[in-house]
Design a protein around this ligand. Structure first.
Ligand code: ADP
Length: 499
């Protein structure tokens, strides 16, 4: 019986490889950073070869650290940074310049024009569940086809391939034999009809993308191909975008189950089963990892400034020297003494969608100290996530009773308890903090018969669960204060829920 499953976790700043044993524990891990390329303000690129070389490097490194025969690896799975766009020559495998990274804003103006066309924006939302934005792959593909000399002619002659990072890795791993992606990654391109499960010809035409360059779309768990590692053949049996991999890794496979990742920003996803829900609060509707031809959907919302508000306390205000310090600091006072920090540094996302709002520190009195401010910063992370939870509950018509959490800032137990209290839900913290990698391993391990769906329903091994313990009257008073603070930072034109 084989002993391990390997996850290739290809992130925005680094490539990682994590090997899990049958007990879902990390048996070995390796990580390599790769360069971020900023050709102009607001533009972000990666070298596709650097992505591939670092990913290959960490696979070999993790295997060395594991010290086991590669024949002990039952399967491999991929979790990847989403939306990042790569074009390459289908014959030579040569990339057509750098990858355009999800964060890149070079097509923002073009997308703003498209979004102003309400019929088009409505069609995008109806077909893809997304809001027209430069974030997604469609306008990035179009930019490459229009800007790289000869690209369009090559695409029309059927010689160019498009892929998000997963498809690029699948292609490289299989030596150019397989051009495929999974439902979750396809659902982030803004070209995929997530109701009919096919590339949408009208949207492809609108963005000038020939259908022939798009990858075949497959279930997230299933056979993609095989590759050789130190002479041994390993089947590639799972692929999912990072947030959906983490949703699966947290055991959220049925309607009403949700996870939240507390990183620089926060990513909250709620599984909605086989029903595609349209949001009335500006949330995205996206695909969750699929186990076969049946679709699976999720609602997704994000908080722009999550852990980043703690970085600001450290680097902007200089009132702390490290992020973990905020826990003891917050607990050193019984409450914020009425102080609210609204970290709308770059506007407010769902459910407010007010890009002109700016941050504020409110309710200060002469007695306010850095402990109150640190506590208000942590509480603000939880309030913003609570706003998303309530929006999702309304969109999905169901109550969320438990939130599975991961990410760097979930190490803060004050924050987790406050999240449970103010959100009035149980917060279950993963003990394996590699839930994204674990999700990729789980999708592959499931297809390999290494784990069963029953094994995986519990998700990554959990550590502590935080239960709500705050009296309702206090919760309501705190939330009313937060809503008032948000109202005071909103711009005059802000306010539309639908973006
Ligand atoms: P990302 O993957 O987005 O880079 P991580 O998951 O590594 O982020 O989390 C890092 C973020 O979490 C940083 O913004 C940091 O300020 C915050 N953070 C890390 N540890 C703590 C802590 N103990 N308390 C509060 N915030 C923390």
């Amino acid at each position: 019986m084989k002993k391990y499953v390997m996850a290739l976790d290809q992130g925005t700043t680094s490539s990682r490889c994590v090997v899990f044993d049958r007990g879902m524990r990390v048996a070995a891990m390796a990580q390599q950073e790769f360069p971020q390329i900023y050709p102009q303000p607001g533009w972000v690129e990666h070298d596709p070869e650097a992505i591939w070389q670092t990913q290959r490097g960490v696979m070999l490194e993790a295997l060395d650290r594991l010290g086991a025969d590669p024949g002990e690896i039952a399967a491999a799975g991929i979790a990847n940074q989403r939306e990042t766009t790569i074009l390459w020559d289908g014959r030579t495998g040569e990339p057509l310049g750098n990858a355009i990274v999800w964060q890149c804003r070079r097509t923002a103006e073009r997308c703003a024009l498209l979004k102003a066309d309400q019929a088009f924006a409505a069609r995008v939302r109806e077909r893809t569940g997304l809001v027209v934005d430069a974030y997604f792959s469609a306008s990035k593909i179009q930019w490459l086809l229009d800007s790289v000399p000869g690209a369009r002619a090559k695409a029309e002659a059927g010689r160019l391939r498009f892929g998000t990072v997963d498809a690029w890795l699948v292609w490289k791993l299989t030596g150019g034999a397989v051009h495929a992606t999974d439902h979750t990654n396809a659902s982030r391109t803004m070209l995929y009809d997530t109701a009919r499960l096919r590339w949408d010809p009208e949207l492809c035409q609108a963005f000038g993308v020939p259908l022939a360059m798009l990858p075949e779309v497959r279930p997230s768990s299933g056979f993609y191909g095989a590759f050789r590692l130190k002479g041994v053949e390993i089947p590639l049996l799972g692929v999912a975008g990072d947030q959906q991999a983490s949703l699966f890794g947290q055991g959220c496979t049925a309607a009403g189950q949700a996870k939240n990742t507390y990183g620089t920003g926060c990513f909250l996803l709620m599984h909605t089963g086989q029903t595609r829900r349209t949001s009335a609060h500006g949330l995205l509707s996206t695909m969750a990892a699929t186990l076969g031809s049946e679709p699976a959907y999720a609602l997704e919302g994000s908080v722009f400034i999550g852990g980043a508000v703690i970085q600001w306390l450290r680097d902007g205000l200089g009132i702390i020297s490290s992020a973990p310090e905020t826990e003891a600091l917050a607990l050193s006072v019984p409450d914020t003494a009425g102080v609210y920090l609204v970290p709308a540094f770059a506007g407010l996302g769902a459910p407010w969608w007010d890009m002109d709002a700016r941050g504020a520190l409110l309710g200060l009195t002469r007695g306010a100290t850095k402990a109150h401010v640190a506590r208000a910063a942590l509480e603000a992370i939880a309030y913003q996530c609570t706003d998303l939870v309530r929006a999702m509950e309304q969109d999905a018509g169901m109550r969320l009773e438990r939130l599975s959490v991961d990410g760097g800032a979930c190490a803060n137990s004050f924050l987790m308890q406050f999240q449970a209290d103010v959100g009035n839900l149980a917060v279950r913290r993963a003990s394996v903090l590699e839930t994204t990698a674990f999700g990729a391993a789980a999708l592959a391990g499931l297809a390999a018969g290494f784990w069963s769906l029953d094994d995986l329903r519990g998700g990554a091994p959990s550590g502590r669960t935080f239960l709500p313990a705050m009296p309702e009257a206090r919760r309501e008073a705190l939330l009313a204060g937060w809503r008032e603070a948000v109202a005071r930072v909103r711009s005059r034109q802000g306010g539309a829920c639908q973006s």
